[in-house]
Design a protein around this ligand. Structure first.
Ligand SMILES: *[C@@H]1O[C@H](CO)[C@@H](O)[C@H](O)[C@H]1NC(C)=O
Ligand SMILES: *[C@@H]1O[C@H](CO)[C@@H](O)[C@H](O)[C@H]1NC(C)=O
Ligand SMILES: *[C@@H]1O[C@H](CO)[C@@H](O)[C@H](O)[C@H]1NC(C)=O
Ligand SMILES: *[C@@H]1O[C@H](CO)[C@@H](O)[C@H](O)[C@H]1NC(C)=O
Length: 396
């Protein structure tokens, strides 16, 4: 997840030691932009746009209505335990920020009501730190205080982890989040609370075989089963070929240089080079507003209630979109086919296809965010030891 604040201002890992795996689940709820699918499908029908109506035979593919309502915007999250005895939380693992926070028992915002709360008084190992913090993401903000406790994730326990306990989560943003907090995996310089990030503590305390973690986001339609985050290395069974290593250009986000964006065979954007971040906390691929508008025209997307839709029947004729990134040893073409960059959902007995691209008004570089739409196609390794990102085609 992109930190708004900054925008405005600005083989197998190792055989000897085990890899620490955190299974990830996929959230089927609109977090960044809540909207109602039933309304949309009505609108869609009234516009006489593509309506692939499902017959009875497809009904078994339908999950309950509630999750379907939300399946355009997806996040992957996993479990983290805090304190003694353990209190468990679902958290979003976010390479686009560096703070760790969960919802506090003292939070009274509506957004907190839906989430598991941390009871500091119930933990024998908790100590109060008491610094106030305020974090503003591209999609929601929160404020709270910090504390220190044991934090366990993927079978690893950081004994003295400073983390945030959110006391206010204003607005609607977090109401729809299926997670109770966010665990930032960016560089320490991005930390707003000033706390040492969880992964830095793992490195410092020599808990990981190698100072790297990797992310596999399964494309499994229903709930992303099989997705995982690995601390300490990577798992070759999740990708084909070999990893292409891309240097981090600026340590904060996982920022890399992009050498061009092609639509079909045409180089359309970033031909002179630009900066991108690799962000597990962003659902789509985000680029500059005017460029994404042009991209949407090129793929034939139509704006409806603030969301770009495409006709599902056109998936077969839409162009590929390719990100050109020079790494070691290769200059690689990261190609996304229409089925990769279009988000599909069933709702009201029809299939809706929305664009996996989103425009944003960036004030400075980086100007592209390679989110989950990109990362589902490419297994990613975040190597703090060598300050590089490894990418290879993910095995579905
Ligand atoms: C919390 O998570 C740990 C580790 O995954 C698990 O062993 C434990 O049973 C969970 N506790 C609760 C109360 O869910
Ligand atoms: C994924 O969805 C299937 C079918 O709804 C369900 O049986 C399974 O338990 C889910 N898996 C996870 C990890 O949530
Ligand atoms: C879908 O494809 C057809 C055939 O290529 C084309 O005529 C139509 O304009 C496309 N629709 C959109 C919204 O691009
Ligand atoms: C799109 O990319 C895929 C590989 O990702 C390739 O098989 C296909 O031929 C490409 N389509 C076009 C129209 O170039």
């Amino acid at each position: 997840m992109l930190l708004l604040l900054l925008l405005v201002l600005l083989g197998l890992g190792e055989a000897q030691r085990p890899l620490h795996r955190v299974p990830l689940r996929r959230q089927l709820s609109p977090w960044k932009k809540p909207w109602a699918l039933p309304q949309l499908s009505k609108f869609w029908k009234s516009q006489n746009l593509d309506m692939k109506q499902f017959t009875k035979s497809c009904v078994r593919n339908q999950i309950s209505k509630e999750p379907l309502t939300n399946s355009f915007n997806m996040q992957y999250y996993g479990t983290v335990s805090i304190g003694s005895p353990l209190q468990n939380f679902s958290v979003l693992f976010d390479t686009g920020s560096s703070d760790f926070w969960v919802t506090s028992v003292y939070c009274i915002s509506p957004a907190c009501e839906k989430h598991t709360k941390f009871f500091s008084s119930r933990s024998n190992t908790y100590s109060k730190k008491g610094s106030n913090f305020f974090i503003e993401y591209g999609s929601g903000s929160l404020s709270g205080i910090t504390g220190v406790d044991r934090v366990s994730v993927g079978g690893l326990t950081v004994v003295d982890q400073e983390f945030g306990e959110s006391v206010t989560e204003p607005g609607q943003h977090f109401v729809y989040a299926a997670f109770d907090g966010i665990l930032g995996l960016g560089y320490p310089s991005l930390s707003v609370t000033g706390a040492t990030p969880v992964f830095d503590n793992m490195i410092v305390h020599n808990m990981v075989a190698q100072p790297m973690f990797s992310v596999y986001m399964s494309s499994d339609i229903e709930n992303g089963t099989g997705s995982e985050l690995i601390f300490g290395g990577y798992d070759c069974s999740h990708f084909s070929g070999s990893l292409n290593w891309i240097p981090v250009t600026k340590q904060g986000f996982w920022q890399i240089a992009l050498d061009g964006v092609q639509v079909g065979d045409t180089m359309m954007f970033c031909s002179k080079g630009c900066q991108a971040i690799v962000d597990t906390g962003t659902s789509r691929i985000i680029g500059p507003l005017n460029k994404i508008e042009r991209l949407h025209r090129a793929i034939g997307a139509t704006l409806v209630n603030g969301i770009y839709f495409v006709e599902c029947v056109n998936l077969t004729v839409m162009p590929n979109v390719t990100f050109i990134i020079s790494g070691v040893p290769y200059f690689f073409f990261y190609t996304l086919s229409p089925t990769a960059y279009v988000l599909q959902a069933l709702g009201d007995g029809m299939r809706l296809c929305s664009s996996g691209f989103e425009g944003l008004h960036f004030l400075t570089e980086p100007s592209w965010i390679l989110g989950d739409v990109f990362l589902r196609q490419f297994y990613s390794v975040f190597d703090r030891g060598n300050n590089r990102v490894g990418l290879a085609p993910a095995v579905p």
